[in-house]
Write a protein that binds this ligand. Structure first.
Ligand code: CA
Ligand code: CA
Length: 437
């Protein structure tokens, strides 16, 4: 039972007396079997986030810095409470970050039907992008950009240093929000179902490809220039809005999703464990540019273990620069499967004892995708129950542009490593927001 108490510093003229609940006691999943999960820290040696100072999040928060929230406004207010002393934010129920519908964010004068008429390729063509329009007040592209800025302000939540965000009870999560873990150290996010934001205002780029593309923003979570981040037992999903429900305009999918998780721009020491990533196209990106070496070289060290990657198209993950350790993950491919591991510029992926379940007609050669000739280590992985050399399978199918074996490093920050043969079962039983116990 929560005791409602005005939080003096926050309440002063900002959010009102009922906006924040100071949790006097905890209930539900955050306090199971006598342990308060909100006060757990990342175990020693549990992946790259355990390196150097380790990851404790808000575990040591004093009682006045433990918040239980039931709305998106309360959530943002709890994150905005001043100071970087440890903080715990308990999420109860589903927080609706994106309002009733997109008209909440549209600025006066923006009219999507007019937008479609103004930039119809039959009128505008494919040779000129819309940057000039964006800079010209009164154009539909200008108004789209203004509307997008309003949405960004509403749905992005900046996560401060030394914070644990944790779901409490069944069905805790966020719909349509974007967690920004940006420029901070020591953050834990656990037990949340994060339904991908829908970009209300995708931008038409006539020059993207030969027939243009709709490009959208907002990942469910972004780790940007942040360190010691532990993402555990979350479910990343497109929920009620998979790409198959999205319309097409100008003959191109009106894409309203970006990624589920991005780890970019100097981010380092990240562990993602026991999460579900499901029903998405471009899922998980580690490093977002080949030209980001100044921030990313020697960084982007990420451990992925016991995650379930289910019914995805690509990027699970796509890696640039980083030493990434992916072990004991379960990959269950659906009809739209593209690839799982994207081997990108200067990446050093170590993929060991993962389990792949591929549908009929999809071979083991599809698991890897070569964006660059970076070497990787792939050992002890199983495909449909059979131990398979993923690099050999790839190279047999792509003899003119093979991948080299040997990432050149050996992961040491690991806890239990399961035999690949049991990974699909163990991960299927244990991964996801509602399995945090
Ligand atoms: Ca909504
Ligand atoms: Ca992104």
């Amino acid at each position: 039972m929560n005791t409602v108490i005005c939080h003096a510093r926050v309440i002063a003229g900002i959010v009102g007396c009922t906006a924040l609940f100071l949790a006097a006691t905890t209930t539900g999943a955050a306090q199971a079997h006598g342990r308060d999960l909100a006060r757990q820290t990342l175990p020693a040696r549990d992946g790259w986030a355990a390196a150097t100072t380790g990851t404790t999040g808000g575990a040591a928060a004093t009682r006045d810095r433990v918040f239980t929230v039931t709305t998106w406004a309360e959530f943002k207010a709890a994150l905005a409470v001043e100071g970087t002393a440890p903080r715990i934010v308990k999420v109860k129920g589903t927080l609706d970050a994106d309002g009733a519908d997109c008209s909440d964010f549209a600025v006066p004068g923006y009219d999507f039907d007019r937008y479609l008429a103004d930039y119809d390729p039959a009128v505008w063509g494919y040779d000129t992008d819309l940057e000039g329009e964006k800079a010209t007040p009164g154009t539909q592209e200008y108004l789209r950009d203004q509307s997008a800025a309003a949405q960004a302000k509403a749905i992005k939540a900046a996560v401060p240093a030394n914070t644990t965000i944790i779901g409490v009870g069944h069905g805790a999560g966020i719909v349509g929000g974007s967690l920004q873990i940006n420029g901070v150290d020591n953050v834990i996010v656990r037990g949340l179902t994060l339904e991908s934001p829908l970009d209300c205002f995708p931008q038409w780029d006539p020059t993207d490809g030969s027939t243009g593309n709709w490009n959208s923003e907002y990942d469910a979570a972004v780790v940007h220039n942040a360190t010691h981040v532990w993402l555990d037992h979350n479910t990343f999903t497109d929920g009620d809005h998979p790409d198959s429900t999205l319309p097409s305009h100008y003959g191109r999918l009106f894409q309203q999703h970006d990624g589920e998780l991005d780890v970019v721009r100097g981010a380092d020491h990240v562990t993602a464990s026991w999460n579900v990533f499901e029903d998405h196209d471009k899922t998980f990106m580690i490093g977002n540019s080949d030209s980001a070496g100044a921030t990313d070289e020697g960084k982007l060290r990420v451990t992925l273990h016991h995650n379930l990657f289910r019914n995805l198209v690509e990027r699970a993950p796509r890696v640039r620069f980083g030493q990434v350790d992916a072990y004991n993950n379960s990959y269950v491919a659906g009809d739209d499967y593209g690839y799982s591991f994207g081997i990108g510029f200067k990446s050093r992926l170590h993929a060991e004892k993962n389990a792949f379940t591929l549908p009929p007609g999809v071979g083991a050669s599809a698991v890897l995708h070569r964006w660059s000739d970076s070497p990787l280590t792939a050992e002890g992985n199983v495909v449909n129950g059979t131990e398979t050399d993923l690099i050999a399978a790839y190279n047999a199918a792509n003899p003119s542009a093979p991948l080299a074996s040997g990432a050149g490093w050996t992961p040491v920050l690991r806890m239990r490593v399961d035999p690949a043969e049991v990974v699909a079962r163990v991960v299927g039983r244990g991964a996801g927001a509602d399995r945090l116990r």
